[in-house]
Design a binder for this molecule. Structure first.
Ligand code: 5GP
Ligand code: MG
Length: 186
């Protein structure tokens, strides 16, 4: 599908399923090398990174432990609102663990900055971050992710786990809004 319509808005394909899978394989290879003799703790950031996290771990040869953080931001509009809530799925002890945070997309960096600080406070052995997408032109704060799938312009995207007002997460590719974003849905 080159184009989809979600809530009366047109989105066009910018990263295909094949491109995503190819890139994920090469990120997984890097992680396999970097964590060869370790037992990393992969923490996927819900909801957006659920699909990326599951594809990523299936390409790993290192044996990771898997956990999820639940973070809410964005509400129902297209601009970042920062972190509103954080829930740790399991009460896992992060002390002395090699933590890899998995994000779908980093925009201003506010969410990832918050998550890194949260994890660092728990005295892990190391913290790295992987983000499928990174918007360098909107990035404002914190450290760049150590592993990046694709740099994209400051556009609003959906698909492959990412939503537009809770729709579009199941799309196999990444799609960009075809018109200029407005601050709210209606
Ligand atoms: P940040 O805190 O870096 O500004 O925003 C990060 C979070 O906002 C991401 O984890 C993601 O959930 C959401 N986000 C940022 N950009 C987009 C986008 O273009 N599309 C969608 N669907 N979510 C986005
Ligand atoms: Mg996210």
């Amino acid at each position: 599908m080159e184009e989809v319509i979600i809530r009366n808005k047109r989105f066009k394909l910018i990263i295909s399923e094949l491109q995503l899978q190819f890139r994920i394989q090469s990120i997984a290879e890097q992680i396999n090398q970097d964590y060869e003799d370790k037992f990393p703790l992969i923490i996927g950031v819900l909801n957006g990174a659920a699909i990326f996290t599951s594809d990523l771990i299936r390409n790993l040869t290192v044996n990771p432990e898997l956990a999820f953080f639940k973070v809410s931001s964005y509400g129902n509009n297209m601009f970042s609102e920062g972190v509103e809530e954080l829930e740790l799925g399991d009460k896992i002890d992060l002390k002395d663990r090699h933590v890899i945070l998995v994000e779908d997309i980093i925009d201003t960096g506010e969410t990832s900055n918050f998550l890194r600080k949260y994890v660092k406070d728990k005295e892990p052995a190391s913290v790295k971050m992987v983000s499928l997408l990174f918007k360098p032109d909107s990035f404002l704060c914190g450290k760049k992710p150590e592993y990046i799938g694709f740099d994209i312009p400051p556009i609003f995207v959906v698909g492959y786990g990412m939503d537009f007002a809770q729709e579009g997460r199941g799309l196999k590719g990444v799609y960009q809004l075809n018109e200029s974003p407005s601050s709210s849905l209606i």
